[in-house]
Each structure stands twice: as C-alpha cells, then as structure tokens.
Design a protein around this ligand. Structure first.
Ligand code: HAM
Length: 427
C-alpha cells in the first residue's frame, strides 16, 4: 500500500476551508460587478511564449515556470500568473474593437510557480486578478487600486498599507538603466549571481534583490525619480492626487520595481502590517503595462491591473480575527420510523426541489440517534416519516425551535414548510 500525499507546495482545501473561500469569492465577485468588471477564463496552460518573452529578466520566467512538451508538440507552460494570458486573449478575440473601452476583466484561478514553499508561498496558489485594458489614465490606475483596496477593507482587513512607485515611460527607464549601470559598474562582480545577470539584462531588477540589500552600492542607489521625464512625473502626480482624493493612504516606495518585466509607469503593492503576516506580506500587487497588447500583435494600447493571492488573503483574515464561517443550519431533516421504504428520500427530494437544505436518515436507526443528527445539524424542522402515518398518506412535522409537532397530509408538506420559513407559522 502506498500513502500518497499532496505534492510539495500544494494543499487540499477541505470543506471547512472552501466554505470560507466561497464567501470571500462571493464578496470579490460582487465588488467586481459593482465596478463593472466581468469574468474571463483562460486556459491553465498556454504556449510558453505567452509568458517567456525575449530577454525577460524576471525570476518567475527564468526559474519558476512549469514548462513541458507532450508527444513532441510545442512547448507549453502552466500559467505562473494571469496577466499575460488575459492580454493574449484580449488580442486573439479582438476585444480592442469593442465600442466601449476599456475592457474590464477579472479572473479567479490557480497559478503555478516552482518556488521554495513556505507559509503564504506555494507552488500551486490561487489569484484573483483584474485587468483594465485599452485606456490610459492616472484615474484608472487609482480606480484599480481602489477596487483592490475596497475588497481588502470589505473583508475586514485593517492592517494594510499601499506602497506605490512609478517606473515612468520607456525613456525614463532607459535613462535610469544607464544611471544604474554606471552606479554598479565598479562593484558588479561583488554582487550575487542573479544580480550579475540582472546587471546585463535589466539593471532595474537589481533593486529587487533580496541577497545584496546590505551592499553599500545598494544602500546609496540613485533614485529613479531623478530619471523621470516630465510627462511621467506628471502622470504619477495625478495618480497620487487621485488616491489622496479617494482617501486611500499610501507610501511612496522609491525602490519598488516589482518582479515582472512588463511594467511601465505606476507599480504598487499592498502589504499587511500585521505582526503575523511574516515574510509573505504582499496581499495584492500590480501596475500598468504599456507594451503587452502590442507584443501579442494588438494595437498600441495600455493596460493596468493587479493580482491578489487568495491563500494570503485567507491567512491575513485569520490573523486579523475576521470571522468568515457562518454556522450552517439544516432546514429540514427527514426521519424514518419503521418500514417506510423510499419515503424519506422522496420527501427530502421534494423539500430540496423547493429550495430547503435537507438531509434524510438513510440506514435504520433509533429515534434517539436520529434526533442526535437533528441537533448536530441545528435543524429547524424535523419531518418524521412513520409507518402508521405513511399508510394514511401523512407525516409528522416537528418545529424544533418551538417544540411543536403536527400531523399533516404528505402533499401539504411544502406549503407547511413555506408558511413556517416565511412567516414563522407552525400549522
Ligand atoms: P505578482 O506580484 O507576481 O503579480 O503576484 C500577485 C500576488 O499573487 C502576490 O502579491 C501574492 O499575493 C500572490 N502570489 C504570488 N506568488 C505566490 C505564491 N507562490 N504563493 C502564494 N501567493 C502568491 C502578478 O502575478 C501580476 N500578474 C499582477 C498584475 C496583474 N499586474 C498587472 N496585472
């Protein structure tokens, strides 16, 4: 016999947990609806080129992708994130041709990254994300942050802060890359292997290094702010102004560059400040991307979005003491007394068709044992299918909270239940 377990970095979500997840997902869907976002579902695997773009310097693309090829066919990759697939789909289906822009899309689903697992970091995890594609405005950047922020707040998380920065336009980033190259030129060999690669490929990524934080050259790194073009500076100021006006508190973090290569202009991370959030404190993160739509063969159109790690959201909700589980009460439990054949199943099916949460007694058990089940489920109404009553086409109905029992014709059962559940009448 082999005892098999979940692969490293993955987890089973059992009913007790999925109940909480569904509640959070409902809240997310509702707020997306209010903000005018509609759901998009793209494949869990894509052509590898969807994620691996030329000269990409991110760890996610270079180290963490689950890439495979089956029967010699083209290389496929399990999606490590949602944005690229959504933009691929936006272009493939020419959503850019719609009369109303921007396209406002959201997704919920599994992502896969080959990472070192720890609390809040998994190899299979779930993201809720939004992408707003087709219009470029600081107001939209702020609106996107506002949606993520309102979800976190609606959930009851209070200990969070928004970190924000701008990477500017192409010109600003090109200028800053030059500044960084010059700054690190004399000491690049003292940096970690990843940083040496980043230095060549995309020096901006150097700011993201977790290994060399203490290196003197990292400590006094020039600020990107000084390389921004006037347009980029103005764009960022307007994003900040909009956040001020929406009363969303933020901190400008000049070192925030984000781990993915496609960002331009605004980038942000919303992190938990709760002491138990640990090292994986980022709840949601995102930014604007100017070049992705064109990369996939679409017109020159910009997008902005974020993704929220649902596992992290749940960990933080628990740390902040947010109550997500609602006690599940059963509406009806159909009991069986004596030889009543399939009657309990029939009655339960009728009750369920009328929308009542119903269970029924399957194997013969004593009345006492059946009442224990009624209690355990915190049942509101027990329907007792007894042999003698069944012979006359009748059943007993016991309203548990009221401790009142009546005998009725079987065909009146749903009407009796309706009167009780709608108006509290026990007759
Ligand atoms: P990201 O920062 O790579 O961005 O991931 C977003 C969020 O996903 C993180 O803040 C975290 O909550 C969660 N997350 C990431 N990796 C893991 C993991 N291994 N285990 C658990 N949770 C994780 C993106 O994915 C971009 N696509 C966001 C975006 C959308 N930018 C623009 N639009």
């Amino acid at each position: 016999m082999v005892m098999l377990q979940t692969p490293r970095g993955t987890q089973d979500l059992l009913p007790e947990t999925t109940r909480k997840w569904q509640k959070v997902e409902d809240l997310i869907r509702n707020l997306c609806d209010v903000y005018g976002y509609e759901q998009i579902r793209t494949p869990v695997f894509e052509d590898t080129r969807v994620f691996k773009r030329e000269n990409d310097s991110s760890d996610m693309v270079n180290k963490e992708m689950y890439t495979f090829s089956v029967h010699g066919e083209d290389s496929l990759t399990l999606r490590p994130e949602g944005t690229a697939g959504v933009v691929r789909s936006f272009v493939q289906h020419k959503l850019y041709g719609a009369a109303e822009m921007p396209a406002k899309l959201y997704y919920l689903g599994e992502m896969f990254r080959y990472e070192r697992p720890q609390k809040g970091r998994y190899r299979q995890f779930n993201q809720f994300g939004i992408e707003n594609i087709g219009m470029k405005s600081p107001l939209i950047d702020a609106e996107v942050i506002a949606l993520g922020y309102s979800i976190v707040k609606a959930l009851g998380l209070n200990q969070v802060k928004v970190l924000i920065n701008t990477l500017g336009d192409d010109q600003s980033r090109a200028a800053y890359r030059g500044v960084l190259k010059e700054h690190f030129q004399g000491c690049v060999q003292e940096l970690c292997e990843d940083c040496r690669r980043r230095y060549e490929q995309n020096p901006l990524r150097l700011l993201d290094c977790k290994v060399d934080q203490e290196h003197p050259a990292m400590q006094n790194v020039p600020s990107l702010k000084d390389s921004l073009t006037e347009d980029s500076r103005q764009y960022f100021d307007q994003v900040l102004q909009a956040l001020d006006d929406l009363q969303i508190p933020y901190e400008i973090d000049p070192r925030l560059v984000r781990g993915l290569d496609y960002y331009t202009h605004t980038v942000f991370e919303v992190v938990s400040t709760h002491p138990q959030s640990g090292s994986q404190a980022t709840v949601f993160a995102g930014g604007r991307y100017d070049g992705l739509v064109e990369y996939f063969g679409g017109p020159q159109m910009s997008g902005v979005g974020f993704a929220m790690g649902l596992e992290r959201l749940m960990i933080l909700a628990e740390a902040e003491g947010v109550k997500l589980e609602e006690p599940r009460r059963l509406d009806v439990y159909v009991m069986a007394l004596g030889e009543v054949g399939t009657l309990p199943l029939q009655l339960a099916t009728e009750c369920r068709a009328a929308g009542y949460h119903t269970e029924f007694n399957v194997l013969p058990r004593s009345l006492k044992a059946q009442f224990k089940s009624v209690d355990r489920h915190q049942t509101r109404v027990a329907v007792i299918a007894g042999e003698a009553e069944a012979a006359e086409g009748k059943v007993n109905v016991k309203f548990i909270d009221q401790q009142k029992q009546i005998t009725i014709a079987q065909q009146d059962l749903i009407a009796v239940l309706d009167r009780y559940f709608e108006r509290g009448e026990c007759e």
